[in-house]
Ligand binder design. Structure first.
Ligand code: ATP
Ligand code: MG
Length: 455
């Protein structure tokens, strides 16, 4: 209460310099804020703390978009937050965050933090540690709102919405940048990328997602600093890449990555894929279809995306193995393993995806076999739908016969009697020329056998 009184009297001076916009200036409707975020802010506010909806949600609402999630920033410490919310938990290794549970939803509440250490920071300071090249290794020092805004990445990501007064607090000109569709780094871009090179990937991701252009000064250092991504743990790179690929804006995101030269150590296949018109067409269909799915509110599978991105690498490796005289099956399985391991070295995707990726690739051959019981058995396969979707993308881009994809589309919808008539009798079609062999192959993650039939 005392805190609230002080805030009432001195409140708007708490963080000197912010531009405070009233509702009619920013246009964000309070009823568009998630009720749990409103409730969380209200509880903090009633206890005398500052509480704002912050980051991506404010940016998206300002741009008339639907936010993905709602984060709250406050001057209460994690312990103080925990005491206010019975259903809450402190999480995080890199940063201490409190998850406040509200029905089935979770609101992420963070205490205002200070950013990079100043030049005179104590080297032994355990909470503020920088590594090689100025990289920020730990960043868990509490700060005030001004410091919290300064340690955020882009100006449009440093906007604070105060639900009590329906005000937007803009500390770095983010509202103006949002209007002009400019992505601008807060502070000195080169130094900010050196502190955390992942910000370069975030620049590409937000430029693609928001359809913003990257401010020239923010863009300039990327070309030279891109190799710093090699120092980032591959698991973190994977998380960031998945955000880009499953954002509903993957197609633009991937092009942006390549335009900025950020793909070399992460998705090296983009060079060969984007320079070859046929492969480019395949990737276009794969990413475009995924983007549509995500935008329609459906989920998209990381394994499917990886299967698409690595398809040509896999085929090239498979051909090489065959040319070397390897037996067909070992050529196939070796190619799968080689390509997945090579990619895992740069992007630590979980091994549990391997089984699905291999099955999607392996089933492409089985989809060509349309006689006897095979199509019926194939449709029972848990990964049939993914393999069929993959075939559709191949057909759309000329990598598989359109007739084959159409056949499968009709076959799935047909009545039993119609299906029998659709089967291609041995001797009548290309299926007859194929020699079928089947080999159960144990997937690496132990998730069960990967069944592949070779033509
Ligand atoms: P999205 O809608 O994609 O989730 P977001 O802006 O909410 O976008 P998050 O990754 O959820 O992005 O991060 C939340 C906020 O935390 C960002 O808006 C930004 O202010 C800050 N932030 C996140 N990562 C960084 C970083 N690497 N450096 C500086 N600030 C960051
Ligand atoms: Mg977010």
């Amino acid at each position: 209460m005392i805190r609230r009184f002080i805030r009432k009297v001195f409140g708007k001076k708490a963080a000197p310099g912010p531009r405070i916009l009233a509702q009619d200036a920013h246009g964000i409707r309070r009823d568009l804020i998630h009720p749990c975020a409103l409730k969380t802010c209200r509880t903090l506010y009633d206890a005398g703390y500052a509480a704002f909806v912050v980051g991506g949600a404010v940016r998206d609402l300002l741009l008339g978009r639907e936010p993905k999630d709602f984060d709250v920033a406050t001057d209460a410490t994690p312990d103080e937050i925990r005491r206010l919310f019975r259903r809450s938990r402190v999480i995080g290794r890199r940063f201490q965050i409190v998850h406040v549970y509200c029905g089935a939803d979770t609101i992420e509440v963070t205490t205002f933090r200070a950013g990079a250490p100043s030049a005179e920071a104590d080297e032994d300071d355990a909470d503020h540690v920088t590594g090689e090249g100025g990289m920020l290794l730990r960043d868990n020092v509490f700060g005030n709102q001004e410091e919290d805004a300064a340690r955020r990445d882009f100006t449009v990501n440093a906007l604070y919405y105060d639900p009590e007064n329906e005000e937007v607090w803009d500390l770095h000109g983010g509202v103006e940048d949002a209007k002009r569709k400019v992505l601008r780094m807060i502070g000195d871009p080169e130094q900010r990328y050196r502190e955390d090179p992942v910000r370069m990937l975030r620049a590409a991701r937000f430029a693609a997602k928001l359809e913003f252009h990257i401010d020239p000064a923010t863009r300039a250092p990327i070309a030279c600093l891109a190799p710093m991504l090699a120092h980032i743990p591959t698991a973190r790179l994977f998380d960031e890449m998945m955000k880009l690929l499953l954002s509903g804006h993957a197609e633009r995101g991937v092009r942006q990555l390549r335009a900025e030269g950020l793909h070399h150590g992460i998705l090296p296949m983009l060079d060969t894929v984007l320079d070859d018109p046929a492969r480019q067409k395949f990737l276009h269909h794969a990413l475009h279809d995924t983007d549509l799915r995500v935008r329609q509110g459906h989920s998209a599978s990381p394994a499917f995306m990886l299967a698409c991105l690595l398809w040509f690498d896999f085929q090239a490796e498979f051909s090489r193995n065959k040319e070397r005289g390897q037996h067909l099956q070992s050529a196939l399985f070796d190619a799968m393993d080689t390509v997945l391991e090579r990619q895992r070295d740069v992007l630590a995707f979980p091994r549990r995806f391997d089984g699905t990726i291999k099955e999607i690739w392996g089933m492409q051959g089985r989809l060509e076999q349309r006689s006897g019981n095979r199509p019926f058995r194939l449709m029972q396969h848990p990964r049939f739908r993914a393999a069929y979707d993959f075939l559709l993308i191949r057909a759309e881009s000329g990598d598989a016969p359109a007739e084959l994809a159409e056949w499968w589309t009709r076959f799935q919808d047909a009545e039993d009697s119609e299906r029998e008539a659709m089967l291609i009798q041995p001797g009548a079609g290309e299926g007859a020329k194929r020699k079928c062999r089947r080999k159960p192959h144990k997937s690496e993650d132990g998730a069960g056998p990967v069944e592949v039939i070779l033509g």
